[in-house]
Design a protein around this ligand. Structure first.
Ligand SMILES: O=C(O)C(=O)C[C@]1(C(=O)O)C=C[C@@H](O)C=C1
Length: 344
């Protein structure tokens, strides 16, 4: 790859997507271009202004990032050439960032530094709502580092609410939430708010960037919380030309993954089963399947499947040929190296 290619990512700096970008691209050799929305990342890559883009795709606790799936579904045909060419996993440990209550600043000045680096011992307060998955919600893994009664509004990316349900229901139940374009944008907004009554769910790196205090740390429900990011680029001619020397061993197949979308007849019984049977016949292992509204008509769906293997391998190429006979349409969305291969 050439030097100083442009990499578009969901910004601003200190977003989790920024962390994924830093893990994939060396900042000495690439120019990073933070974007406001995931759609902006797609547009930058589609237009050729950026050589690559980095977008969140799925979270281990909260599931698919539907904004990204819908951009791949591309109902308005704005991003027809985008394909996935890589993936990165990032551990996601959320913090509650803000300003301490005015009284805790006045009466406990010694605690301010501790709040800044998040080392003060926890104090607990708040309410809890039992939920099916968590009948005993007082068991939040994290407790606040300070009193939160002054917090009247929360900002974060919509994915983050679903990853911190227990903490939020225990300690910030009923507090107004505002969705913003990323967790680092949330931290910027809270830093600019002079009322000191707002807080952001964001990363620890965003605390350093904005100077906000840690009101709580590690507030995600699951300590193994992680998000998978896709690296995207424009498709090129080589993507579809045959590569007869591709290896077909099981090991080689597991080393790669591919993404494909397809639509099937809405009225024919078994149409989806017929499509999936093509993968089975070719011995292709599906690793995820996601339906999203297709946009063709209400309640019609587009299916996204991820599977082991890469284009150019006989079984994968035969699967695509087989799909021609059973689906209404399909679109290949890229093959890339499986980042978890060593761990499986
Ligand atoms: O808001 C950010 O910091 C992002 O990079 C986006 C995003 C996401 O869309 O999943 C990434 C990781 C976390 O799961 C929460 C938010």
């Amino acid at each position: 790859m050439q030097s100083h290619e442009q990499i578009a990512y969901l910004g601003p700096k200190a977003s989790y997507t920024h962390q994924a970008t830093l893990s994939a691209f060396d900042s000495d050799n690439y120019t990073f271009s933070p974007q406001t929305t995931i759609e902006d990342v797609f547009s930058q890559v589609q237009s050729g202004k950026a050589n690559f883009g980095v977008v969140p795709f799925e979270n281990s606790t909260n599931g698919s990032v539907v904004f990204t799936l819908d951009l791949f579904a591309d109902q308005s045909a704005k991003h027809p050439d985008i394909v996935v060419c890589g993936e990165r996993y990032v551990e996601v440990h959320h913090c509650l960032l803000g300003h301490p209550a005015a009284s805790s600043q006045a009466h406990a000045p010694a605690s301010t530094k501790a709040l800044r680096d998040g080392t003060r011992s926890p104090s607990s307060s708040g309410h809890a709502t039992p939920r099916p998955g968590n009948p005993n919600p007082t068991n939040s893994r994290a407790a606040p580092l300070t009193d939160l009664s002054h917090i009247k509004k929360l900002y974060s990316h919509p994915q983050a609410w679903g990853q911190c349900k227990t903490f939020l229901s225990c300690y910030l139940k009923g507090v107004e939430r505002q969705d913003v374009s990323s967790t680092s944008r949330a931290a910027e907004l809270v830093a600019a708010d002079e009322t000191n009554t707002t807080a952001a769910i964001s990363s620890g790196i965003a605390a350093q960037m904005t100077g906000l205090d840690f009101l709580a740390r590690d507030i995600e429900d699951d300590k193994d919380n992680a998000t998978r990011f896709f690296i995207i680029r424009r498709r090129s001619l080589e993507d579809t030309s045959p590569s007869p020397d591709e290896e077909n061993s099981q090991e080689h197949t597991r080393a790669y993954k591919s993404l494909l979308s397809f639509t099937v007849s809405h009225t024919d019984a078994g149409a989806l089963a017929d499509a999936l049977a093509v993968f089975k016949t070719q011995g292709i292992n599906l690793t995820s399947i996601n339906p999203r509204p297709s946009g063709e008509a209400p309640w019609h769906y587009m299916f996204f499947v991820e599977f082991s293997g890469r284009r150019g391998q006989a079984a994968v190429d035969d699967t695509l040929t087989g799909l021609d006979n059973v689906v209404r349409s399909w679109r290949w969305l890229g093959s890339w190296e499986n980042a978890l291969q060593q761990k499986q």
